[in-house]
Write a protein that binds this ligand. Structure first.
Ligand code: ADP
Ligand code: MG
Length: 708
């Protein structure tokens, strides 16, 4: 059985129960138990079983003192009892063989150490009875297709094909309220709560399988298992678009989140990288969340990124043009045939070039014919139709025209009808036929951009990470040197770690005295580089601990000098000697940085960027979660703002991008294979037309995780 079919079966009882028990149901005004029961009574067609030891009847329904005496065929139990008795209640639920549970009650991991222990117990019970459990600390779940509203929220969503999961219950209430206003419909809504059992990845799977869900949207504060989230979302996003609001993107935001739900918020870079790798469209606010959802739900993806604008007023055409200029889309230029047809159709004063101005006196017919002509042009990927109120145009009729035009061609058409009352009526019609209408061209443009990004996501091909032939056991042995150290850091003395994974390094040797320094330098060449080697000195050149261009005859003095400098910096520093390293030609190379640190949620986060002295000033970096594919490694390079310099500047030959990408993947493989590497920096990694060379290394090792 595949994970997918299991997912489908797993959630049937949760979303399509024939009988629902409300444990903690009550008549008491203003109580959660009452609100849930009321919400169920309102619409749900199946059986409702109130459970309350103190009442024979709740809201006119027969009540039962406990699950043991309740009817036996309950599919879903909604628990809204005080926190101290949730776990014993849950056990009864399990004993009665109810398989699906929503725990509304709060007071678990979000509420201090007692709550954490309570939640751990809850997880144990859920596992023992194999329960599909949402929550605790959940607002509940909604399935409009089965009229199930197992929640205490006040809002009643209209039915649609968007499924929504949220970690914040309060946000669900706000969203449903807002969505009703905007006439956005839902299929399922799930308040994830503390995600003690079912989490975001489970619902991604379930909704991907579910034919009633066309778009998945979500609000997440943290992700439970970053690795499995990425791999599941990567697959799901091929067939079902995923749009997420991720909070905590600023540092203070991140703090607010971690104190809020007890989730350890991952670093912003890790989220950004992971969601991108996963094929998730990330947005920053609710407006965009719904604009994206609506356009993805209703419109086809554009065959090209060339957009045509049709308008009856010059001003908004200019605004739309500007918005396109600031996006990844292009303002289309029309083919000759299109231009001929447009000039035959339109009055002389009209503008037949993009944005097409059909003029203020344009009637419905002129709009229709113009749109038809533009749709016929194979180079055009999408149309934005903008109209200002005019005596010649009835918006209702214009809506019908748009529907006709779009039906003929499978290209997106977005509408911008300007004005107040007149728009609202047409808007309802547009919504029914699935054409998004926006109050401004900028929203139209970013929505089209979302469609085009989703097209890329759908079409991209996932090729698994390459597996290089490496010497993993040698690498592990090198790392175990850390056992003799008081610090958990290694430096250039561990450069052979890189070699074990096939990452090139210059010839180098560590010496322990001035005489040895001279003889090694003599063997290496006319000029060498000498570096102090000490776990106590993190930035060697900051204390004058790196000497470049040293001739063999100066190697003795250089050695002594390096030791003096180290002692001056810290008299009791551990000195492991001096590294004699082959000189690299910095003129023909570019200094980059390649590194990794471990994110608590997503694991090894790789970084690539411009290195050397630029790294802190420019902060031109890109991130991906390891293990990465060849395509992702190349993206990391091309994503840098300074990427054009790799093409060759000031007479330098173009950098061998493929080799750079290969070595990023080699590091990716290393940090995936060996979890004891906590963080690692190669700065600089020299890159040139000849390939790459790592000339400095610094890493931190977790001794507890070492295995040889
Ligand atoms: P640290 O980062 O601890 O100061 P590095 O080993 O990175 O020490 O050296 C600092 C700088 O010295 C490098 O960024 C590079 O510009 C130069 N350098 C280091 N090693 C070499 C080398 N083998 N050939 C040429 N230049 C080097
Ligand atoms: Mg360095």
């Amino acid at each position: 059985m595949t994970a997918g079919s299991e997912g489908k079966r797993r959630f049937r009882g949760l979303f399509y129960p024939s009988s629902v028990a409300v444990i903690g149901a009550t008549d008491r005004e203003g109580s959660v138990g009452r609100k849930i029961t009321e919400n169920l009574i309102q619409d749900f067609g199946g059986e409702i079983v109130p459970v309350n030891p103190n009442r024979d009847e709740v809201l006119g329904l027969k009540a039962y003192p406990d699950m043991g005496s309740a009817p036996k065929d309950v599919d879903l139990a909604v628990i809204a009892v005080p926190p101290s008795i949730v776990n014993q209640t849950l056990r009864q639920v399990g004993e009665e063989e109810v398989k699906n549970v929503v725990v509304i009650t709060a007071g678990f991991s979000e509420a201090g150490s007692e709550g954490v222990a309570r939640e751990r117990k809850l997880q144990e019970i859920a596992e023992e009875y194999n329960l599909k459990l949402v929550g605790p600390n959940s607002l509940g779940i909604i399935n409009t297709a089965s009229n199930l509203k197992a929640t205490f929220g006040p809002e009643e969503p209209i039915s649609g094909s968007i499924s929504f999961m949220s970690q914040s219950g309060a946000l669900i209430t706000a969203v449903l309220d807002w969505a009703e206003d905007q006439r956005v419909g839902f299929h399922n809504v799930v308040s994830l709560g503390n995600k003690a059992v079912l989490d975001e990845t489970d619902f991604l799977r379930a909704w991907d399988e579910d034919e009633n869900t066309d778009v998945i949207i979500g609000y997440l504060e943290g992700i439970e298992d970053g690795g499995s989230f990425i791999s599941v979302a990567r697959e799901v996003s091929k067939s079902t678009p995923i749009v997420m609001i991720k909070s905590g993107s600023t540092e203070s935001g991140a703090r607010a989140v971690s104190s809020h739900t007890g989730t350890l918020a991952g670093s912003e870079e890790a989220y950004e990288a992971a969601l991108r790798q996963a094929g998730v469209l990330r947005v920053g606010n609710l407006q965009k969340l719904f604009d994206f959802a609506e356009v993805l739900e209703s419109q086809p993806v554009p065959p090209t990124d060339n957009v045509a604008i049709i308008t009856n007023a010059g001003g908004p055409g200019v605004l739309a043009t500007d918005a396109i200029g600031g996006s990844d889309l292009n303002l289309a230029s029309f083919g000759d045939e299109t231009l001929d047809r447009l000039s035959d159709l339109l009055p002389e004063e009209a503008n037949i070039y993009n944005p097409i101005d059909v003029l203020g006196d344009a009637d419905i017919k002129r709009f229709r014919k113009t749109a038809d002509i533009v749709m016929d042009d194979p180079k055009i990927g999408a149309i934005i139709l903008i109209s200002y109120p005019s005596a010649m145009v009835n918006y209702g009729e214009l809506a019908e025209v748009m529907m006709d035009v779009q039906e003929k061609k499978s290209k997106p058409l977005i509408s911008c009808l300007m004005g107040g009352k007149r728009v609202r009526e047409a808007e309802e019609k547009l919504r029914q036929i699935g054409i998004p209408n926006y109050d401004g061209p900028d929203r139209a443009v970013y929505s089209l951009e979302a469609l085009s990004r989703y097209k890329e996501i759908r079409e991209r091909e996932y090729r698994p990470p390459e597996n290089f032939d490496v010497d993993e056991s040698r690498a592990r042995k090198i790392l175990s040197r850390i056992k003799d150290r008081s610090e958990n850091r290694l430096g250039v003395e561990a450069m052979d770690l890189l070699e074990a994974y096939g990452i090139p390094t210059p010839e180098s040797q560590i010496v322990e005295g001035p005489g040895e320094a001279e003889s090694v330098a003599r063997k290496m060449g006319d000029e060498v580089v000498m570096k102090i080697v000490s776990p106590d000195i993190l930035h060697k050149s900051d204390i004058g601990g790196v000497k470049v261009g040293i001739s063999p005859e100066n190697a003795r003095d250089a050695y002594e000098d390096l030791v003096v400098r180290a002692r001056n910096y810290q008299s009791d520093a551990t000195l492991l000697g001096v590294q004699i390293q082959e000189m690299a030609d910095l003129d023909s190379n570019i200094e980059t940085i390649l590194g990794m640190n471990r994110d608590p949620q997503f694991g090894p986060l790789l970084m690539f960027g411009l290195g050397g002295i630029f790294v802190e000033i420019l902060e031109d970096t890109s991130f991906r979660v390891a293990p990465i594919t060849a395509d992702e490694a190349e993206e990391m390079i091309h994503e840098l703002e300074s990427a054009p310099i790799f093409k060759g500047i000031r007479g330098k030959n173009p950098v061998d991008i493929e080799k750079v990408a290969e070595n990023i993947q080699r590091l990716s493989q290393m940090v995936t294979d060996i979890p004891s590497i906590l963080e690692l920096d190669i700065n600089p990694l020299l890159v040139s037309s000849d390939g790459v060379q790592a000339i400095d290394l610094r890493l931190t090792v977790d001794e507890e995780k070492l295995e040889v």
